[in-house]
Design a protein. Structure first.
Length: 330
């Protein structure tokens, strides 16, 4: 049977008694528990946004957020996007297609996730489509009509969109005996570590779960915020809870639609040793492979939909670098 409690939130867990405290001061018993509380949009630090500003400063997290933003993206409007992740880049792409003037501000170098060469190739999409991309600087002030950067630059703004990542929803678990340093720490099977010990009846899943993926053991436990991981991890967590206890070792996958291009990535691009373009050209449609030691660890594609997805099975099979190159077009 299914019992749905609407309008309530969990406030703590007693793992010894197997009860969840709720916001109406009641509690629920459990035999099995899935912790899948996700993440919330990260906000700009206190003091950055002038409290007196009447200019819209928005996060795009819900349908209501998107509906509020849409009428503001008019031809000639000045949009400043803070953060060049998927949310920021996709908002910038849509805004440019609607005729808005767009500046994207990113505090970290574009090489952080994809490496120097691929980071530049993907970020060049912005410049080729008329978006002003400013990297390596932070935002120090947002007030009516302007955004001030840490290097002294000032950019005109009619609307600001903040897309600077997410924060795991773990506040309600404080003091419950869990490692909450970056989400909820789990073991390789997604069992939650309660006071350092895997729990047979508590699992984590989705954006909030941090676990060691055996395919990328060199990274240690990590969270993955992709849509596909949310779906796959919940399915695996449920199986673990029902007694089918196996390591969760997926090949991560994400995609993003920007400026008429589909960007896709399979695997993990952190801590790689080499990246090599094996098809196409970086200022158009291309495909690139990532190597760590003698293994293929990731594949990146821009408008290479079918060809890129062909690498999923190779990554699942633990394809060597030499075999991956041999299978690439010449």
């Amino acid at each position: 049977s299914l019992e749905l409690h609407v309008g309530l939130s969990a406030t703590s867990v007693n793992f010894n008694e197997q009860r969840i405290a709720l916001s109406d001061e009641s509690s629920l018993p459990f035999d099995g528990l899935v912790i899948a509380t996700g993440a919330r949009a990260r906000l700009l630090p206190d003091g950055v946004v002038d409290p007196a500003t009447t200019m819209p400063v928005l996060c795009v997290r819900t349908v209501a957020d998107a509906q509020r933003l849409r009428p503001l993206l008019t031809p000639g409007a000045n949009l400043v996007v803070i953060g060049a992740g998927f949310i920021g880049a996709e908002v910038a792409s849509t805004a440019r297609s609607l005729g808005a003037n767009v500046t994207v501000v990113e505090a970290v170098p574009v090489s952080r996730q994809l490496g120097d060469e691929m980071g530049m190739a993907v970020s060049a999409l912005h410049q080729r489509n008329g978006t002003n991309l400013v990297c390596g600087v932070g935002v120090v002030a947002v007030s009516d009509g302007q955004v001030v950067l840490s290097d002294g630059q000032t950019h005109s703004a009619d609307v600001v969109v903040v897309g600077i990542g997410v924060q795991p929803n773990t506040d309600w678990l404080a003091g419950c005996g869990l490692d909450l340093s970056n989400g909820v720490l789990c073991n390789a099977t997604l069992q939650v570590l309660v006071n350092g010990t895997p729990s047979i009846n508590v699992v984590g899943a989705g954006d909030v779960a941090r676990w060691p993926n055996g395919r990328y053991a060199y990274e240690g436990p990590a969270r993955i915020e992709h849509w596909t991981n949310a779906v796959e991890s919940v399915q695996h967590a449920a199986a673990t809870l029902m007694g089918d206890v196996q390591p969760f070792s997926p090949v991560p996958y994400f995609w993003s639609d920007q400026y008429g291009k589909k960007i896709q990535c399979l695997g993990r691009t952190a801590q790689f040793d080499e990246v090599r373009v094996v098809a196409g050209v970086v200022d158009g449609s291309f495909r690139a492979l990532y190597r760590r030691e003698d293994q293929l660890v990731a594949a990146l594609g821009v408008s290479q939909i079918k060809a890129l997805m062909g690498y999923r099975q190779r990554l699942l099979d633990g394809c060597s670098w030499d075999d991956a190159l041999a299978a690439a077009p010449h």
